[in-house]
Design a protein around this ligand. Structure first.
Ligand SMILES: NC(=O)CC[C@H](N)C(=O)O
Length: 303
């Protein structure tokens, strides 16, 4: 298959839709992003990479960071994280509080905000506040040592964070945060505010298509753990649209309100697509369409 030609065709197919959807408005800095952008990148397991459109333009990774923090928690302390967070789809919005009360502070999964806050707290407990294993991992796997949070985005989110603060205090009231609430939130906002391009994210996530093996050939997580992370992405990566993504695309994936989606074809490649306009569930509208085109054209899906 000529992967570059496939990406060029996909860009052409979704071209008329570029700019549709609504940029995330609850984080003012993200609301200012130009919606008329689209990029897509593929990193094959043999190391070759391809891109189309704005695939080298950095954007806010937002909830895509949740995949990498889960991986780091599993790497640091194995299955212990599952005592503090579930792994069932939520069927609820990413920032939902509803289930936390009757689940007594155990979030449904690590990819909704409540779950990611618990994972962030877990990692802070393992590594301490001075270390930042997420930045280390993303820099090494993407090959860009300059990757960092966009301070304007994290400050913007921190200033409009009543909901995430409510979630964090509720978690804390059930004893499911070990660090100070403010410290957990600050780290969480910083993780979400990291800027990366499609090319960098597809490279950084490629260990998930290689059974847990990093770019340098060493094992980040075991093949079994990689399989499990992919499973949680498939079932919980898109909040209340997880089944819709499985139906249309058929791959493990994770979206962010910056408009990015990381998707994995296990054993074959890692894909990142970015278009800032979101659908009503908070997932990139054109990104979904592009991945729908990708799996329809290549036949590469887990189904
Ligand atoms: N879905 C997302 O990308 C949400 C992340 C965002 N930082 C939030 O907590 O609301």
């Amino acid at each position: 298959m000529d992967m570059q030609a496939t990406l060029d065709e996909i860009a052409e197919a979704v071209g008329p839709q570029i700019g549709s959807g609504v940029v995330a408005e609850y984080i003012p800095r993200l609301a200012a992003v130009n919606p008329d952008q689209f990029g897509m990148s593929v990193v094959m397991n043999d190391g070759s990479s391809y891109g189309v459109g704005d695939f080298e333009v950095p954007f806010s990774i937002q909830s895509i960071s949740k995949v990498f923090t889960l991986v780091l928690a599993l790497q640091a302390s194995g299955d212990a994280i599952w005592d503090r967070v579930g792994r069932e789809p939520s069927g609820a919005a990413f920032n939902s509080l509803a289930q936390l009360e009757f689940k007594r502070g155990i979030p449904r999964n690590p990819f909704m905000n409540a779950g990611a806050l618990v994972v962030t707290d877990h990692l802070l407990g393992v590594s301490g506040t001075d270390a930042n294993p997420l930045l280390d991992l993303l820099r090494t796997e993407s090959g860009n040592p300059e990757i960092r949070p966009d301070a304007l985005v994290s400050t913007s989110e921190a200033g409009h964070s009543d909901r995430n603060r409510s979630i964090a205090y509720l978690l804390s009231s059930f004893g499911n945060l070990r660090n100070e609430v403010g410290a957990v939130l600050d780290r969480y906002f910083d993780q979400c505010a990291i800027s990366m391009s499609c090319a960098e994210l597809a490279s950084a996530g490629a260990f998930l298509s290689r059974g847990g093996v990093r770019a340098d050939g060493t094992e980040l997580i075991s093949p079994l753990q990689a399989k499990r992370v992919n499973a949680v992405m498939l079932t919980a990566g898109f909040y209340d649209a997880a089944a819709e993504f499985a139906y249309r695309v058929g791959l493990p994936g994770k979206s962010g309100v910056g408009g990015g989606i990381l998707a994995i074809v296990p054993g074959k490649c890692s894909i990142c697509v970015w278009a800032p306009g979101l659908d009503s569930a908070g997932n990139s509208l054109v990104g979904m369409a592009a991945l729908d085109e990708f799996t329809s054209r290549t036949g590469w899906s887990v189904f």
